[in-house]
Design a protein around this ligand. Structure first.
Ligand code: ATP
Ligand code: MG
Length: 418
């Protein structure tokens, strides 16, 4: 994409009421637009990154047999009343129509997915089934000060699985846990897994996926040697003690962001909807349900918090809005910088490299500052100086390393990192 065509522009300052680094950088880079506290629109650059995050999740959920659907977000109040959520869920947004009919905005989708599964899963032969969606959620959060990490409208992948037995649920629960770890790894993050009580959903064991960052809202202790990790809110784990799992490490304390979790919901929702299936003997049984969330927009915010420096964002290759930021320094009129940069843009694009081409007629300093802020992994400069050398100036946003490469060498390097 040519930057001259991109309708968004970078800005030097973030809005003064925006205190979270993720939102400051994303707004300054033109990735998101703030509508009000906790509500943001996603602009071309931001949507490209969010879509990449969603696609990684989609691939991993499909790989474990998840079936994607898109559920309604405007919910009839009746279903929420049937499960007790209408009165029990404090973050539920409730609306009233002109005819005084009541609705809820989806804050989670058990009330919708359970009747859907019920309609099709009548026999043990129809189970297990795992259904997921990626979409908007609405929650009346009291505090929304963490940028896109805690929204009142935000993105979530939520999956729900229905099983014949506790054993089958536990099998799938373990499979999903591994898929989650792959998701976070592919987005560049190192996620730790805590075992936690199930919060408002149930008292059963669940897992939380935590990424260390001061921008998070959870306190955890973890072992630097093994995978042991606990949320201090629920466990009596204390920093400084020795690791209860491996015995080698001394527990360290850290702030972390919960980017995902998996819950054992038991039979609560099928019971509320009288959802039963026929087992092998033809007897009616109640399915066991699991639910699995990943905060897609929180994940994006966490990536910004973890991968950024004083100049801006530093996107991991897998979720960067583009692979290459091609920057032309136009110089004196009559030079062939534009011609050569246009050609390179075409060549790279034809090879499937996603290029943001800064073809604007602005000062080099401004182009470089924008490039650092936007944080695309590889910057390629075409200027009179580079043309004189018959090379391209290639800079890594992450390491700052600059190398002079031929076009063939650049293509080679890009094929390795992508
Ligand atoms: P938290 O304790 O942070 O409020 P939660 O326990 O309410 O999270 P779930 O209801 O299980 O979270 O939602 C699944 C995932 O959605 C969470 O792990 C988190 O990544 C994300 N999430 C939850 N609330 C928000 C929010 N207000 N804004 C952005 N992401 C959210
Ligand atoms: Mg919450």
């Amino acid at each position: 994409m040519k930057q001259s065509n991109l309708f968004t522009k970078t800005r030097k300052e973030a809005p003064s009421d925006e205190i979270a680094k993720n939102a400051q950088l994303l707004i300054r880079g033109g990735f998101i637009h703030k509508e009000m506290a906790g509500v943001y629109s996603y602009l071309p650059l931001g949507l490209r990154t969010l879509t990449k995050i969603e696609n990684i999740i989609r691939e991993e959920m499909d790989a474990i047999g998840g079936q994607e659907i898109r559920m309604a977000t405007l919910h009839p109040s009746e279903k929420w009343k049937q499960t007790g959520g209408w009165d029990a869920v404090d973050v539920l947004f409730k609306l009233q129509s002109r005819t005084e009919k009541e609705y809820a905005l989806g804050q989670s989708e058990e009330e919708i997915v359970t009747p859907i599964a019920q309609e099709y899963a009548n026999s043990y032969k129809d189970l297990p089934v795992a259904i997921y969606q990626i979409g908007q959620k609405y929650r009346d959060e009291l505090r929304a000060k963490s940028g896109i990490m805690r929204g009142r409208e935000f993105g979530m992948k939520d999956m729900y699985s229905f099983h014949e037995s506790q054993e089958d649920f536990e099998r799938f629960y373990a499979v999903t846990k591994e898929a989650y770890l792959r998701v976070f790894k592919r987005t560049g993050l190192d996620a730790k897994v805590t075992e936690a009580a199930g919060g408002s959903f149930s008292e059963k064991i669940s897992y939380e996926f935590m990424v260390l960052t001061d921008a998070g809202e959870d306190d955890i202790v973890y072992c630097p040697f093994c995978t042991h990790c606990a949320n201090t809110e629920i466990a009596k784990a204390e920093a400084g003690g020795s690791c209860p799992k491996c015995g080698k490490g001394t527990l360290a304390k850290a702030r972390a962001a919960e980017v995902g979790n998996v819950f054992d919901l038991g039979v609560k929702y099928p019971k509320a909807f009288n959802f039963t299936y026929k087992d092998k003997e033809g007897k009616e049984q109640t399915p066991i349900v699991g639910c699995y969330g990943i905060g897609t927009t929180r994940l994006m915010g966490t990536i910004v918090e973890v991968f950024s420096d004083e100049k801006g964002m530093v996107w991991p290759e897998s979720v960067a809005p583009f692979n290459v930021h091609l920057v032309s320094l136009l110089g004196a009129e009559g030079g062939n910088v534009k011609v050569e940069a246009d050609k390179l843009y075409e060549t790279l694009t034809k090879k499937g490299v996603e290029v943001l081409y800064d073809d604007r007629d602005v000062r080099p300093g401004e182009k470089f500052a924008d490039s650092d802020l936007i944080g695309i992994p590889t910057r390629v400069v075409v200027s009179e100086k580079t043309l004189a050398q018959g090379k391209l100036e290639v800079k890594s946003r992450k390491t700052g390393t600059v190398s002079m490469l031929s076009e063939a060498e650049l293509l080679n390097q890009l094929s390795i990192v992508r």
